[in-house]
Design a protein around this ligand. Structure first.
Ligand code: HAM
Length: 427
């Protein structure tokens, strides 16, 4: 067989029927949960001015190495979004909605990463953001939203890692202490981390290189430097999480891969996945971002979850298999095929999914196709039925396989009953 001339670009993949429905189902469940928690749905463009994303961090890989940026035909610097928080805050600044602004989103993100299992150049996120309040209760409620979403999917091996990164009132003192510490052990750090240190000491904590781990493990931690205000905020987040019964681990070196974070930061680790790609979601506060993007000083917090990785975690835990999208009915038309077109349309309009064969195949071939389709019921139309204004309904699953002649005008009614009887015997 000839090999195809084109394949999906490196780091991207086709999501085919079955898996795509499962993904859609997951997104719908998240959207419904968000709606019940008072979030509206927001959709922003897939590309923005490059400047919107610059604030993610001059020392982050996302900005320095992974941005899909390009010049448009008018010479503007644009970028495919690597994440949605910056876009949502840009939209907030542009439209100035009423506070608090609670929104959820879904869609593809683009990062020029080194592809591996669970790490793609195009991947999908679901997420939620709240702008306009600094109340620690919101931090806890957002975390609870994600936590219960995972539980609802059936995921049991998820851990919540929690930290506070402080803010301008205390972060500079911490950064100074951290920089001094790393300087004192500079020789032990990897060459890359020595370089990172010159730009942002916090980012060194993010290094996964084995050579750096011992130095990182003994580094001073932000929670010991929190000001009374940020300390009280962190305590309030933990208090509400305790009240909501959500378990967490304080992870004092969790800095996250983006620079906009202040105060609360968190990540969800799926222990069913290998550690390199076990972050199935993360988020935190970004109280300075709206100001940085030219808006009024407005606190914000949110999270994003990686859809692709969540589904990998579901596979690993054997949960959320997704509903098999079996066709309800297969039409076997031996009168030429036009009637099948009409009946498929009538059934779809009545909410009954239907399929059929094409190219005027033999009755035998059509029945083979009906079997393969997994349809629960066949509707057969031959010349006699056509003349009599009837069809034959034949159940293909369930206990009762008796076929019956049904008038075309009562077909929907009869089929609905037959399908519901089949469903009952299958469950
Ligand atoms: P993030 O940690 O960069 O945060 O991404 C969130 C999640 O997206 C990750 O935990 C992971 O599950 C998934 N993800 C990231 N990169 C990839 C990739 N290359 N392939 C597959 N999945 C990936 C953010 O994006 C922030 N916007 C979260 C946030 C919202 N913070 C505040 N509000």
């Amino acid at each position: 067989m000839a090999s195809p001339s084109f394949r999906t670009p490196k780091g991207t993949r086709d999501i085919l029927p079955g898996e795509a429905e499962r993904q859609r189902d997951l997104v719908n469940r998240f959207g419904e949960r968000a709606r019940l928690n008072g979030f509206g749905h927001v959709v922003t463009p897939i590309f923005e001015d490059l400047g919107v994303f610059k604030r993610l961090g001059e020392s982050t890989d996302v900005v320095t190495k992974e941005m899909y940026d390009f010049e448009d035909k008018d010479g503007r610097r644009m970028a495919l979004r690597p994440e949605l928080t910056a876009s949502v805050v840009r939209a907030f600044v542009q439209h100035r909605p009423q506070l608090p602004w609670k929104v959820w989103y879904e869609g593809p993100q683009f990062r020029y990463e080194k592809p591996q299992a669970g790490r793609y150049r195009q991947f999908s996120q679901i997420g939620a953001e709240v702008l306009g309040t600094n109340d620690g209760a919101v931090d806890a409620e957002l975390i609870a939203l994600a936590w219960h979403f995972f539980a609802d999917l059936g995921l049991a091996k998820v851990r919540l890692l929690l930290n506070s990164l402080g803010d301008q009132s205390c972060r500079p003192q911490y950064l100074a202490a951290l920089t001094d510490y790393f300087q004192s052990r500079l020789d032990e750090l990897s060459e890359q981390s020595q370089h990172t240190l010159q730009v942002n000491a916090l980012r060194v904590l993010d290094s996964k290189r084995p050579q750096d781990q011992d130095v990182i493990d003994q580094a001073p931690v932000m929670v010991d430097f929190l000001s009374p205000d940020t300390g009280e905020h962190f305590a309030s987040v933990r208090r509400v999480l305790d009240r909501l019964g959500i378990p967490y681990e304080i992870s004092p070196r969790l800095v996250r891969g983006l620079d906009y974070y202040t105060r609360t930061t968190f990540e969800f680790a799926a222990d069913a996945l290998t550690s390199a790609q076990n972050a199935i979601g993360g988020g935190g506060r970004y109280n300075g971002l709206a100001g940085d993007l030219g808006g009024p000083d407005t606190p914000g917090i949110g999270f994003a979850l990686g859809v692709d990785r969540i589904l990998l975690a579901c596979d690993a835990e054997h949960v959320f298999a997704g509903s098999a999208s079996a066709t309800d009915v297969f039409i076997v038309d031996v009168t030429g095929g036009d009637e099948a077109s009409v009946i498929v349309g009538q059934l779809a309009a009545a909410g009954i999914s239907a399929s059929r064969a094409y190219d005027q195949r033999s009755m035998k071939a059509q029945f083979r196709a009906a079997d393969k389709s997994g349809a629960r019921c066949a509707v057969i139309i031959g010349d006699d039925e056509l003349a009599a204004g009837t069809v034959t309904v034949r159940p293909m699953q369930g206990e009762n396989r008796d076929q019956t002649a049904v008038g075309r005008d009562t077909l929907i009614e009869q089929l609905s009953k037959t399908l519901s009887d089949i469903r009952k015997t299958l469950t």
